[in-house]
Write a protein that binds this ligand. Structure first.
Ligand SMILES: Nc1ncnc2c1ncn2[C@@H]1O[C@H](COP(=O)(O)OP(=O)(O)OP(=O)(O)O)[C@@H](O)[C@H]1O
Length: 261
Protein backbone atom coordinates (compact mmCIF):
# COMPACT_ATOMS: atom_id res chain seq x y z
CA UNK A 1 0.00 0.00 0.00
CA UNK A 2 1.26 3.44 -0.92
CA UNK A 3 1.55 6.27 1.58
CA UNK A 4 2.34 9.82 0.60
CA UNK A 5 3.24 12.18 3.43
CA UNK A 6 3.38 15.91 2.83
CA UNK A 7 5.14 17.12 5.94
CA UNK A 8 4.79 20.84 6.69
CA UNK A 9 5.59 21.83 3.13
CA UNK A 10 5.88 25.54 2.33
CA UNK A 11 6.89 27.27 -0.88
CA UNK A 12 7.90 30.89 -1.32
CA UNK A 13 9.01 32.06 -4.75
CA UNK A 14 11.87 34.54 -4.44
CA UNK A 15 11.45 38.26 -5.16
CA UNK A 16 11.96 39.30 -8.76
CA UNK A 17 12.43 42.68 -10.46
CA UNK A 18 11.00 44.85 -7.71
CA UNK A 19 8.21 42.38 -6.86
CA UNK A 20 7.93 41.03 -3.35
CA UNK A 21 8.46 37.27 -2.81
CA UNK A 22 5.32 35.16 -3.46
CA UNK A 23 4.22 33.01 -0.59
CA UNK A 24 2.47 30.26 -2.56
CA UNK A 25 2.03 27.65 0.18
CA UNK A 26 1.66 27.94 3.92
CA UNK A 27 2.66 24.82 5.84
CA UNK A 28 0.69 21.98 4.28
CA UNK A 29 0.52 18.71 6.20
CA UNK A 30 -1.24 15.78 4.65
CA UNK A 31 -1.16 12.01 4.55
CA UNK A 32 -2.62 10.18 1.59
CA UNK A 33 -2.93 6.43 1.36
CA UNK A 34 -5.46 3.63 1.20
CA UNK A 35 -5.72 4.00 -2.56
CA UNK A 36 -7.40 7.34 -2.03
CA UNK A 37 -8.64 9.34 -4.98
CA UNK A 38 -7.86 12.79 -3.61
CA UNK A 39 -9.08 15.84 -5.47
CA UNK A 40 -7.64 19.25 -4.64
CA UNK A 41 -10.02 22.12 -5.15
CA UNK A 42 -9.17 25.77 -4.72
CA UNK A 43 -9.39 29.24 -6.24
CA UNK A 44 -7.03 30.27 -8.99
CA UNK A 45 -3.51 30.93 -7.78
CA UNK A 46 -3.90 29.22 -4.39
CA UNK A 47 -0.91 26.95 -4.96
CA UNK A 48 -2.59 23.75 -6.21
CA UNK A 49 -0.16 23.24 -9.09
CA UNK A 50 2.77 24.20 -6.90
CA UNK A 51 1.84 21.50 -4.40
CA UNK A 52 1.43 18.90 -7.14
CA UNK A 53 4.71 19.88 -8.77
CA UNK A 54 6.48 19.48 -5.43
CA UNK A 55 5.02 15.98 -5.03
CA UNK A 56 6.10 15.22 -8.61
CA UNK A 57 9.61 16.39 -7.75
CA UNK A 58 9.47 19.11 -10.43
CA UNK A 59 9.74 21.84 -7.77
CA UNK A 60 11.17 21.87 -4.25
CA UNK A 61 9.65 23.01 -0.98
CA UNK A 62 11.12 26.06 0.75
CA UNK A 63 10.72 24.11 3.97
CA UNK A 64 9.25 20.74 4.92
CA UNK A 65 9.45 17.56 2.92
CA UNK A 66 7.52 14.98 0.92
CA UNK A 67 7.87 11.27 1.63
CA UNK A 68 6.60 8.49 -0.62
CA UNK A 69 6.55 5.20 1.23
CA UNK A 70 9.04 6.63 3.70
CA UNK A 71 11.51 7.87 1.09
CA UNK A 72 12.31 11.54 0.53
CA UNK A 73 11.10 12.91 -2.78
CA UNK A 74 14.00 14.87 -4.25
CA UNK A 75 13.20 14.80 -7.98
CA UNK A 76 10.93 13.21 -10.57
CA UNK A 77 10.67 9.43 -10.58
CA UNK A 78 8.83 6.56 -12.26
CA UNK A 79 6.96 5.93 -8.98
CA UNK A 80 4.93 9.09 -9.72
CA UNK A 81 3.02 9.41 -13.01
CA UNK A 82 2.16 12.97 -14.01
CA UNK A 83 -0.47 14.26 -16.42
CA UNK A 84 -0.71 17.99 -17.22
CA UNK A 85 -3.50 20.13 -18.60
CA UNK A 86 -1.70 20.86 -21.84
CA UNK A 87 -1.12 17.99 -24.19
CA UNK A 88 2.36 16.69 -23.60
CA UNK A 89 2.65 13.65 -25.85
CA UNK A 90 5.87 13.24 -27.79
CA UNK A 91 4.87 14.34 -31.32
CA UNK A 92 7.49 12.11 -32.97
CA UNK A 93 6.10 8.93 -31.36
CA UNK A 94 2.91 7.05 -32.24
CA UNK A 95 0.17 6.40 -29.69
CA UNK A 96 1.61 2.98 -28.86
CA UNK A 97 5.17 4.31 -28.66
CA UNK A 98 4.08 7.18 -26.42
CA UNK A 99 2.35 4.80 -24.03
CA UNK A 100 5.34 2.43 -24.04
CA UNK A 101 7.89 5.25 -23.63
CA UNK A 102 8.61 4.75 -19.93
CA UNK A 103 8.92 0.99 -20.40
CA UNK A 104 11.42 1.51 -23.21
CA UNK A 105 13.45 3.83 -20.97
CA UNK A 106 13.60 1.05 -18.42
CA UNK A 107 14.83 -1.44 -21.01
CA UNK A 108 11.67 -3.57 -21.23
CA UNK A 109 11.85 -5.66 -24.45
CA UNK A 110 9.67 -4.52 -27.35
CA UNK A 111 7.30 -7.51 -27.37
CA UNK A 112 6.55 -7.02 -23.66
CA UNK A 113 6.16 -3.25 -24.11
CA UNK A 114 3.61 -3.79 -26.84
CA UNK A 115 1.58 -6.17 -24.69
CA UNK A 116 1.37 -3.60 -21.87
CA UNK A 117 0.70 -0.69 -24.26
CA UNK A 118 -2.07 -2.61 -26.03
CA UNK A 119 -3.74 -3.43 -22.71
CA UNK A 120 -3.92 0.30 -21.90
CA UNK A 121 -4.94 1.21 -25.46
CA UNK A 122 -7.89 -1.14 -24.97
CA UNK A 123 -8.73 0.32 -21.53
CA UNK A 124 -8.78 3.91 -22.72
CA UNK A 125 -10.70 3.12 -25.89
CA UNK A 126 -8.00 3.96 -28.44
CA UNK A 127 -8.02 0.64 -30.24
CA UNK A 128 -7.50 1.26 -33.94
CA UNK A 129 -5.41 4.37 -33.22
CA UNK A 130 -2.22 2.59 -32.05
CA UNK A 131 -0.18 3.83 -34.98
CA UNK A 132 -1.59 7.35 -35.17
CA UNK A 133 0.55 10.39 -34.41
CA UNK A 134 -0.57 12.72 -31.59
CA UNK A 135 -1.47 15.48 -34.06
CA UNK A 136 -4.01 13.12 -35.67
CA UNK A 137 -5.90 12.82 -32.36
CA UNK A 138 -8.55 15.06 -30.78
CA UNK A 139 -7.74 16.78 -27.48
CA UNK A 140 -9.69 14.17 -25.50
CA UNK A 141 -7.89 11.32 -27.24
CA UNK A 142 -4.53 12.93 -26.55
CA UNK A 143 -5.35 13.21 -22.85
CA UNK A 144 -6.49 9.57 -22.77
CA UNK A 145 -3.16 8.66 -24.30
CA UNK A 146 -1.30 10.80 -21.72
CA UNK A 147 -3.16 9.04 -18.89
CA UNK A 148 -2.35 5.65 -20.40
CA UNK A 149 1.31 6.66 -20.73
CA UNK A 150 1.40 7.55 -17.03
CA UNK A 151 -0.40 4.32 -16.01
CA UNK A 152 1.74 2.05 -18.19
CA UNK A 153 4.68 2.73 -15.87
CA UNK A 154 2.62 1.31 -13.00
CA UNK A 155 3.36 4.32 -10.75
CA UNK A 156 2.57 4.20 -7.05
CA UNK A 157 0.65 7.42 -7.39
CA UNK A 158 -0.95 9.22 -10.30
CA UNK A 159 -0.69 13.04 -10.26
CA UNK A 160 -3.06 14.96 -12.51
CA UNK A 161 -3.05 18.74 -12.89
CA UNK A 162 -6.38 19.85 -14.39
CA UNK A 163 -6.05 17.18 -17.07
CA UNK A 164 -9.52 17.82 -18.49
CA UNK A 165 -9.40 21.62 -18.20
CA UNK A 166 -8.99 22.22 -21.92
CA UNK A 167 -11.74 19.83 -23.04
CA UNK A 168 -15.33 20.61 -23.97
CA UNK A 169 -17.89 19.70 -21.36
CA UNK A 170 -19.23 16.60 -23.07
CA UNK A 171 -15.78 15.11 -23.56
CA UNK A 172 -14.81 16.10 -20.04
CA UNK A 173 -17.69 14.11 -18.52
CA UNK A 174 -16.76 11.03 -20.58
CA UNK A 175 -13.13 11.36 -19.49
CA UNK A 176 -14.15 11.63 -15.84
CA UNK A 177 -16.12 8.39 -16.14
CA UNK A 178 -13.24 6.67 -17.89
CA UNK A 179 -10.71 7.71 -15.24
CA UNK A 180 -13.04 6.73 -12.43
CA UNK A 181 -13.60 3.35 -14.10
CA UNK A 182 -9.85 2.75 -14.15
CA UNK A 183 -9.55 3.75 -10.50
CA UNK A 184 -12.49 1.57 -9.47
CA UNK A 185 -10.82 -1.39 -11.14
CA UNK A 186 -7.14 -0.79 -10.30
CA UNK A 187 -7.46 1.17 -7.02
CA UNK A 188 -4.50 3.45 -7.72
CA UNK A 189 -3.69 6.29 -5.36
CA UNK A 190 -4.56 9.48 -7.22
CA UNK A 191 -3.96 13.18 -6.56
CA UNK A 192 -6.07 15.27 -8.92
CA UNK A 193 -6.06 19.08 -9.09
CA UNK A 194 -9.09 20.89 -10.40
CA UNK A 195 -11.06 24.07 -9.88
CA UNK A 196 -14.28 22.39 -11.01
CA UNK A 197 -16.42 21.60 -7.97
CA UNK A 198 -18.55 18.91 -9.66
CA UNK A 199 -15.46 17.20 -11.01
CA UNK A 200 -13.83 17.20 -7.56
CA UNK A 201 -16.86 15.58 -5.91
CA UNK A 202 -17.66 13.15 -8.71
CA UNK A 203 -14.14 11.74 -8.86
CA UNK A 204 -12.95 12.05 -5.30
CA UNK A 205 -13.01 9.73 -2.36
CA UNK A 206 -11.68 12.77 -0.51
CA UNK A 207 -11.85 16.43 -1.50
CA UNK A 208 -9.29 18.86 -0.12
CA UNK A 209 -10.34 22.48 -0.31
CA UNK A 210 -7.46 24.94 -0.35
CA UNK A 211 -7.61 28.48 0.94
CA UNK A 212 -6.73 31.51 -1.16
CA UNK A 213 -3.01 32.19 -1.51
CA UNK A 214 -0.94 31.46 0.47
CA UNK A 215 -2.60 28.08 0.14
CA UNK A 216 -3.26 25.74 3.00
CA UNK A 217 -5.74 22.89 3.39
CA UNK A 218 -8.93 24.51 4.57
CA UNK A 219 -11.22 21.47 4.52
CA UNK A 220 -10.73 17.73 4.07
CA UNK A 221 -14.04 16.15 3.13
CA UNK A 222 -14.67 12.44 2.71
CA UNK A 223 -16.97 11.63 -0.22
CA UNK A 224 -19.07 8.60 0.50
CA UNK A 225 -21.05 8.40 -2.70
CA UNK A 226 -21.29 4.74 -3.73
CA UNK A 227 -19.22 3.10 -6.46
CA UNK A 228 -19.39 2.44 -9.35
CA UNK A 229 -20.39 6.06 -9.91
CA UNK A 230 -22.01 7.18 -13.12
CA UNK A 231 -22.74 10.77 -14.15
CA UNK A 232 -26.29 10.21 -12.85
CA UNK A 233 -25.02 10.56 -9.27
CA UNK A 234 -24.60 14.27 -10.00
CA UNK A 235 -28.32 14.82 -9.58
CA UNK A 236 -28.64 12.86 -6.32
CA UNK A 237 -29.53 14.80 -3.14
CA UNK A 238 -26.22 13.75 -1.53
CA UNK A 239 -24.24 15.13 -4.46
CA UNK A 240 -26.22 18.36 -4.53
CA UNK A 241 -25.71 18.85 -0.77
CA UNK A 242 -21.96 18.30 -1.11
CA UNK A 243 -21.85 20.71 -4.01
CA UNK A 244 -23.64 23.41 -2.00
CA UNK A 245 -21.16 22.99 0.82
CA UNK A 246 -18.16 23.24 -1.51
CA UNK A 247 -19.61 26.22 -3.36
CA UNK A 248 -19.74 28.05 -0.02
CA UNK A 249 -16.18 27.04 0.90
CA UNK A 250 -14.80 28.11 -2.48
CA UNK A 251 -16.86 31.27 -2.66
CA UNK A 252 -15.41 32.49 0.63
CA UNK A 253 -11.92 31.97 -0.78
CA UNK A 254 -12.71 33.50 -4.18
CA UNK A 255 -14.07 36.59 -2.40
CA UNK A 256 -10.75 36.95 -0.56
CA UNK A 257 -8.91 36.83 -3.88
CA UNK A 258 -11.28 39.40 -5.39
CA UNK A 259 -10.84 41.70 -2.37
CA UNK A 260 -7.06 41.64 -2.84
CA UNK A 261 -7.20 42.43 -6.55
N1 LIG B 1 7.85 29.68 -10.89
C1 LIG B 1 7.18 30.63 -10.21
N2 LIG B 1 7.77 31.80 -9.90
C2 LIG B 1 7.12 32.76 -9.22
N3 LIG B 1 5.85 32.64 -8.79
C3 LIG B 1 5.21 31.49 -9.08
C4 LIG B 1 5.84 30.42 -9.80
N4 LIG B 1 4.95 29.40 -9.93
C5 LIG B 1 3.83 29.82 -9.32
N5 LIG B 1 3.97 31.06 -8.80
C6 LIG B 1 2.96 31.81 -8.03
O1 LIG B 1 2.54 31.00 -6.95
C7 LIG B 1 1.12 31.13 -6.76
C8 LIG B 1 0.48 29.76 -6.85
O2 LIG B 1 0.55 29.30 -8.20
P1 LIG B 1 -0.08 27.91 -8.68
O3 LIG B 1 0.16 27.80 -10.14
O4 LIG B 1 0.43 26.84 -7.80
O5 LIG B 1 -1.63 28.14 -8.39
P2 LIG B 1 -2.91 27.26 -8.83
O6 LIG B 1 -3.76 27.14 -7.63
O7 LIG B 1 -2.46 26.02 -9.49
O8 LIG B 1 -3.60 28.24 -9.89
P3 LIG B 1 -4.55 27.94 -11.16
O9 LIG B 1 -5.78 27.26 -10.64
O10 LIG B 1 -4.84 29.30 -11.69
O11 LIG B 1 -3.75 27.08 -12.10
C9 LIG B 1 0.64 32.11 -7.80
O12 LIG B 1 0.57 33.40 -7.21
C10 LIG B 1 1.72 32.09 -8.85
O13 LIG B 1 1.82 33.34 -9.51
Amino acid sequence: MTTLVIDQVTRTFPARQGHAPTRALEPVALTIGNNDFVTILGPSGCGKSTLLRIVAGLDHPTSGKVLLDGRDVTGPGADRGMVFQSYTLFPWLTVRENIAFGLRERGVPEAERNVVADRFIQQIGLKGFENHWPKQLSGGMQQRCAIARALANDPKILLLDEPFGALDNQTRVLMQEMLLGIWERDQKTVLFVTHDIEEAIFLGSRVLVMSARPGRIKADIKIELPHPRSYKVKTSPEFVALKERMVEEIRAEALKVAAEA
